[in-house]
Design a binder for this molecule. Structure first.
Ligand code: ATP
Ligand code: MG
Length: 562
């Protein structure tokens, strides 16, 4: 038996229970599962559940199953199955040989249903969906028994068989558990176990025309796989008595369910239904749009899997729902990238600089440190020549006192290069600054003056001839309001979209080493932010970079306020 030994893993209430169950010998080893429904792509909320379930299995030397809860044939597709497996691997977890589908258990689930009918604990009902709902009652009123509730066992057995054989149309008959129509828990008022649904299934094809309800498939699947700790979100607390009723009345493996708070985050929408709406109505370019909170979107945005795992760890596992500030996510991204991202120089809005006293055809290779936070990342060469680009924002013709970058007559340090002084400003007919004439001090190579004179500003630059043109996509939050699910008065939640969530900068210039930038490695453009080559659109001869996040961290301010 192993116990959690990583000091980073504080013991939350679920881990505490697992540790106790192992210590007391109630279980020999822990088995958890992550049970996605393949009807959409995984989002940040799912990541929390994945980190928790796979994390527990890893820390306690147990196993975590990946099980597709594919009981609703009308909404599920193979495309989602493939994407989900890919996303979980990317996040850093592995189910080994434990890949399962609820649809693999259809025969067994059918047998469970027959067993309940034979024991007088389930019956076939002829009421249609509306009638079943009307008979169910409300929180304050008990339900009413269906006229078919007491039909003979033999009759129910026969009807259920004929449901399977396809004799009834979609919605014509259902199988219900026979529990208690007066229970204060509505889930216990003879819940539906099976319905007729004449729809082909992505894995079982036309084999079935009756399908188990989620509540009848979920717990039983856990039992079949001998899941010891069935972890789910709080809204399933009310379903637990029903799952326990199935365990008791079927005599199956007693998985125990524990509920934790869903991950909710400001400025994000995490419901699959709404995310689908954004995709289908064209508010974003797809499920992997870099503004989407899907794992695909976040990956394309350049957010490292490690940052998502760190976020889930920091958020922890609670028993009450709460809203997490998006600044915490951004903080985790910066924390990881500050440590890991190689630095490069890039200029978003190029302004030409001519170094008048630098030889016309000379090109020099300057040494640049790849990551000051990580000496093992080494260094690279950056070409320097007579014509450079700097960012237009780093020059002001009439700079205020606190502006320490370039201005007429002023001296600044070029990162990894020399000190330069602005001698003259060239303007076009419209009076706009189009070029700076400067001189450099050859004695300042590497960034220091032998006479000890100081400059206050250091700016990034690229060599005009060697630099590569790139399109840069400056992404911002997709929504402008902290709780985008809440519609403004007289509007819909879609009115909360941020009209400035994407700004395209077509003519950025980046240093030549970025020609080979990989969509899997997020880099820092010094002084600008973190960026990644776009996995769909970037090519060595037509670079496209996505902004992952800016450099400025506002998390401390938020955290101190709290
Ligand atoms: P959605 O509400 O987006 O449709 P879902 O719960 O229907 O999500 P499933 O595929 O059924 O999606 O979810 C798989 C697992 O992920 C479930 O165990 C569910 O509890 C968990 N999960 C879903 N959303 C969150 C969330 N926001 N925080 C934590 N866990 C979540
Ligand atoms: Mg669900």
């Amino acid at each position: 038996m192993t116990t959690a030994d990583s000091p980073r893993e504080a013991r939350d209430f679920i881990r505490t229970i697992v540790a106790e169950d192992l210590a007391s010998g109630r279980i020999d080893s822990v088995v958890t599962r992550f049970p996605p429904e393949p009807n959409g792509y995984l989002h940040l909320g799912h990541a929390k559940s994945i980190c928790l379930n796979f994390g527990i299995a890893r820390e306690f030397g147990g196993e975590c199953h990946l099980r597709f809860d594919d009981t609703n044939p009308t909404k599920e597709e193979q495309e989602f199955v493939d994407a989900i497996t890919d996303d979980i691997r990317w996040l850093g977890f592995d189910w080994g040989e434990h890949l399962y589908y609820a649809s693999d258990y259809f025969e067994q689930l059918y047998a469970f249903a027959v067993q309940l009918i034979k024991d007088g604990k389930a019956y076939v009902d002829d009421l249609d969906a509306d009638a079943v709902r009307a008979y169910r009652g409300t929180l304050t009123e008990p339900g009413k028994e269906s006229p078919h509730r007491n039909r003979p066992i033999e009759e129910s057995l026969d009807l259920f068989e004929r449901m399977r054989a396809g004799e009834f149309g979609t919605g014509e008959k259902v199988l219900r558990a026979r529990i208690d129509m007066a229970s204060p828990n509505l889930n216990m008022r003879d819940p539906i176990l099976y319905r007729v649904l004449k729809a082909p299934h992505h894995r079982t094809g036309d084999k079935w025309c009756i399908y188990p309800m989620y509540d009848f498939a979920h717990g039983q699947s856990d039992a079949i796989e001998k899941i010891t700790h069935s972890v789910c979100t709080l809204e399933f607390s009310d379903h637990r008595p029903l799952y326990d009723w199935f365990i008791e009345n079927l005599g199956i493996f007693p998985s125990r369910q524990y509920e934790f708070a869903r991950l909710e985050m400001t400025y994000l929408i995490q419901s699959k239904r709404r995310l689908r709406e954004l995709v289908e109505q064209g508010y974003v370019t797809g499920w992997d749009d870099p503004r989407m909170p899907t794992l695909r979107g976040m990956r394309r945005r350049g957010i490292p899997a490690e940052a998502i795992r760190l976020l889930c760890e920091r958020v922890g596992v609670a028993k009450t729902n709460s809203m997490v500030e998006i600044q915490l996510l951004e903080h985790c991204i910066r924390e990881v990238l500050n440590r890991t991202a190689p630095r490069y120089m890039a200029v978003l809005r190029p302004l030409k600089v001519v170094i008048e006293n630098y030889p016309e055809d000379q090109v020099e290779e300057l040494d640049a440190v790849n990551n000051p936070e990580d000496p093992s990342a080494g260094s690279r060469k950056v070409p320097f020549s007579r014509e450079l680009y700097i960012d237009a924002a780093d020059f002001m013709e009439n700079p205020p006192k606190k502006f320490f970058r370039l201005g007429p007559g002023r001296e600044v340090r070029l990162r990894w290069g020399y000190f330069i002084t602005c001698k003259d400003v060239v303007k076009n007919d419209a009076g706009e600054v189009v070029e700076l004439r400067c001189t450099y001090d050859p004695e300042t190579k590497g960034g220091n003056a032998p006479d000890g004179r100081k400059v206050k500003g250091t700016i990034q630059w690229v060599s005009a001839r060697q630099a590569l043109r790139a399109e840069v996509r400056l992404y911002d939050r997709l929504f402008a309001t902290p709780e985008p699910g809440i519609a403004p008065e007289g509007g819909t939640w879609l009115d909360n979209l941020n009209p400035e969530s994407l700004e395209v900068v077509p003519g950025a210039m980046v240093e030549p080493a970025l020609a080979e930038a990989s969509p899997d490695t997020t880099v820092q453009f010094e002084r600008v932010g973190y960026f990644v080559a776009d996995s769909r659109d970037s090519r060595p001869d037509a670079l496209v970079f996505n902004r992952t996040v800016s450099l400025r961290d506002t998390w401390a301010k938020i955290a101190n306020k709290a």
